[in-house]
Design a protein around this ligand. Structure first.
Ligand SMILES: [Zn+2]
Length: 287
């Protein structure tokens, strides 16, 4: 099974850049199907209110049941105090299976990492070129699975990507990378050779980047089939299967007041329109 672990969906409100302010999936879904991609992890674009962005992603996931897997986008600072509630809602109500955080907004806080830990959710962190934070995250939270997209730098900063390869070697249990947008092919080769094929995940950063082109890049590694299968889907599937839907808040995540939790839950919840049984299917079908 081929799973794209990194794609955006929905519309942001910040007009940051063409590729991260709006992510329509029409062309992506056609291209992904043609390329043989079975499932895709999706999360929002940059937004001033991720509870709205996540609700839109939930509607999109519900329309493509079985093909899309939602991750909850959170802002470590703006959403402080309600992150557990937002993620709990996304996991239990919408069947989301991971957290996305972007260094442009703010690096993960303990609240974010404790929430990931509570549900055993993979935490996809765009470190935005700041590879040094990976070292701290990996040691402070050895039981949280961190996916560092773009080998640490969407801008292909070789110093960052080289360092992330070293960090993959240094933290063999809980640090992973995705290959989305990585142009420095030699660092993908190094990541696979030095850290192992079980640490590298196929991601496209669609819909702006072409999922077929990003997938072809990995075919060009000419790996043995079992190793290629790990990168193209086996690794993300292994991480997704660890998710525990009934996560409990801990002291660190309990800062969410009941009022904040209520407002997070009050977000337009279109998935409710699909009914309880549909929600169960939504949660379990892709596993
Ligand atoms: Zn992205």
């Amino acid at each position: 099974m081929i799973i794209d672990c990194h794609c955006h969906a929905g519309k942001g409100d910040l007009l940051t850049a063409p590729w991260n302010t709006e992510a329509p999936l029409g062309a992506y879904l056609r291209r992904a199907r043609a390329a043989g991609i079975d499932k895709t992890v999706v999360f929002g674009a940059f937004h001033s209110d991720y509870s709205k962005a996540n609700a839109e992603v939930a509607r999109i996931v519900a329309r493509h049941r079985g093909r899309l897997i939602g991750f909850a986008f959170v802002h470590a600072k703006h959403d402080a105090g309600r992150i557990f509630a937002m993620v709990e809602h996304a996991v239990r109500r919408w069947g989301f299976r991971g957290i996305k955080i972007h260094g442009h907004d703010g690096m993960p806080t303990r609240e974010v990492c404790d929430t990931a830990r509570a549900f055993r959710l993979p935490l996809l962190v765009d470190v935005f070129g700041q590879a040094h934070v990976v070292d701290m995250l990996a040691t402070q939270y050895p039981d949280v699975n961190f996916i560092i997209p773009h080998l640490g730098s969407y801008a292909d900063d070789w110093r960052v990507q080289q360092r992330v390869v070293d960090l993959l070697v240094r933290y063999p249990k809980n640090v992973f990378t995705d290959t989305s947008g990585v142009r420095n092919f030699e660092y993908i080769v190094q990541a696979v050779r030095r850290a192992g094929p079980h640490r590298v995940l196929f991601g496209s950063d669609g819909p702006w980047l072409h999922p077929g082109a990003e997938l072809h890049k990995l075919r060009l590694l000419h790996l043995p089939p079992h190793q290629e299968a790990l990168i193209l889907g086996g690794n993300i599937l292994r991480l997704l299967r660890q998710v525990r839907v009934n996560g409990r808040p801990t002291a660190a995540t309990q800062r969410s007041s009941s009022r904040e939790a209520a407002s997070a839950h009050a977000v337009e919840d279109s998935a409710a329109a699909y009914g309880h049984r549909e929600q169960e299917l939504l949660r379990e079908e892709w596993l």
